[in-house]
Design a protein. Sequence first.
Length: 197
Amino acid sequence: MKKSILIPILAIILCAGLLFGVTMLTFPMYLENYHGWHLKDLKMMLPGAEEFTVEPYSGEDANIVSVHKADIGYVIETKTYGYAGDITVLVGVSTEGKVTGVVVRDLSETLGLGANALSDTDFLAQFLNKTGSFAIGAPGADAFSGATGEAATGEETYVDGITGATVTSKAIARCVSSAVGYVTGADVSSGATSWGG
């Protein structure tokens, strides 16, 4: 009986050792590929940039996760809370403060509504080549609550939100506003919205 248990245990140990060895041999290649993919993503967000350096961020805007600086601008990773969880967005911003690229990297929003932000190019394209703070809806009206009046952050660029996903749209607009604010020096550290998020 003891021999019948010993053989499977030895086989498991041998397989685990083999798996560990293969992982250790291929891990450096994985890291090299990962850095290549990451650099490709950064270049896509800021066309014309060749090299990036990570710039430490110690500001007060909780939406900013990391800053990658190039000679012609920045790619800023932002994260904020949407309807169902955190939304991570990469935003390219030129040194003049114009948005050069927006990609939603990760979200856990409602399928068929907020999750559409991953692939809704019409929505994301509205931010391109614009600067300033972004809001969803029409000037003087909050599309989510129906409240009217001037925006608290001053001059804003209004974009159309994703139908049925206003909270997700506002979260992405906050991410883009934070990235532009970092480059232009605007104070967008307040993430307050009319829906209380």
